[in-house]
Design a protein around this ligand. Structure first.
Ligand code: MRU
Length: 349
């Protein structure tokens, strides 16, 4: 398993000691890398979704913590690093992978707090490991996910959970890209995913590049394609899974799950164990990011699509109730209900 059909989304250049990301806000029209050097640039890139997707923002933050550490002097090295890292972790609230990756970086360094040069070596090693581990996890998720599909199946997906949102392969798109590599035919319906159009701009771009048969639909067409019998499974990613199996993902995901239940279609959530937050008991406790109203009113359009002063409500994520989820697919295997038990078992040593 090697393919990455689109440009690499996060790249650390060891010679330059520099972090580059592919600016996803420009896709699919332009493929341009930008370099991130300061905390402000990193926070801006994460908030603006230049780098996005739960695992990807975790990987970016891991390299980011290393870069920030390099800029700090010996004096008060660790407390200063901790303060900068906390600001980075707060850039977006819902995807737990961001805070998880920053915690991983700080925990690796805490024992070396008074030895700046060893701390830097450790931070670099840990960032590379987090990046590599995500590739391995996505490869395993892809294999488990593909085992749930039959040749010729129709799969509906929402938002973007492919290589751009992770490291390679992706989570929800991983099985579909793996199927393409193995010559297994599938038909994919990609919801465009209002308001930021991750499905239209990113998912259809990634799948087309990989030679997957993908059809782009507006979000409000999912019910019809399901009713027509064209969908045998729904595959979606996740930003935070609570201990009871409630799963936050891009706004609109829970509606897809409700439709899937109505039409008797299995609904699968795919994500690495770094997206499972066992400290979060249920979906009520997942913080939901609210974003700018202009994303609904005017973004992407030559002229505003709504009165300039109309009130908007723009939550970026919703929570799918655990009882609508057929299975949660992680790198460690396929978890079935009751999730309080099957998810807890993932973390038993
Ligand atoms: O706001 P975004 O584009 O970062 O939202 C991304 C999603 O909701 C993805 O489905 C999720 O992060 C899973 S990525 C493997």
């Amino acid at each position: 398993m090697t393919a990455s059909p689109v440009p690499v989304n996060i790249r650390f250049d060891p010679a330059e000691q520099a972090l580059y990301i592919l600016d996803q806000t420009l896709l699919p029209n332009e493929e341009r890398d930008i370099r991130l050097t300061t905390l402000e640039e990193m926070v801006e890139a994460i908030r603006s979704l230049r780098v996005r997707g739960a695992p990807a923002i975790g990987i970016c933050a891991a390299y980011g913590v290393y870069i920030l550490a390099r800029s700090l002097p010996e004096e008060d090295f660790f407390p200063r690093l901790e303060a900068l890292s906390r600001e980075l972790a707060a850039a977006r609230p819902t995807a737990v992978n961001l805070a998880w990756a920053v915690d991983q970086m700080l925990s690796a360094t805490r024992p070396l707090a008074h030895d700046r040069s060893r701390a830097l070596e450790t931070l670099y090693r840990r960032a590379v490991e987090i990046h590599q581990d995500d590739m391995d996890k996505c490869a395993a998720i892809s294999r488990y996910g593909l085992s749930l599909l039959q040749p010729g199946d129709g799969v509906l997906t929402h938002c973007n959970a492919g290589p751009l949102a992770t490291s390679r392969y992706g989570t929800a798109l991983g099985p579909l890209l793996l199927a393409a590599e193995q010559g297994i035919p599938l038909h994919v319906f990609a919801d465009e995913t209002r308001p930021l159009l991750q499905g239209a701009r990113l998912t259809s771009y990634e799948l087309q590049r990989a030679g997957v048969d993908v059809t782009l639909i507006c979000d409000n067409m999912a019910s019809l394609v399901m009713k027509n019998g064209w969908v045998q499974a729904c595959f979606v990613g996740c930003d935070r899974v609570a201990a009871n199996g409630d799963a936050a993902n891009k706004i609109g995901t829970s509606g897809v799950a409700i439709l899937a239940r109505h039409y008797g279609i299995p609904f699968y959530v795919l994500g690495p164990t770094s997206t499972i937050d066992m400290a979060c008991p249920d979906g009520e406790h997942i913080p939901i990011e609210l974003r700018a109203e202009d994303e609904i009113r005017s973004m992407w359009y030559k002229a505003p699509m709504a009165p300039g002063d109309v009130k908007c409500y723009n939550p970026a994520f919703d929570v799918t109730d655990h009882d609508l989820i057929t299975a949660i697919i992680t790198e460690k295997g396929i978890c079935r209900p009751p999730y309080t038990q099957s998810l807890a078992a993932l973390f038993d040593n």
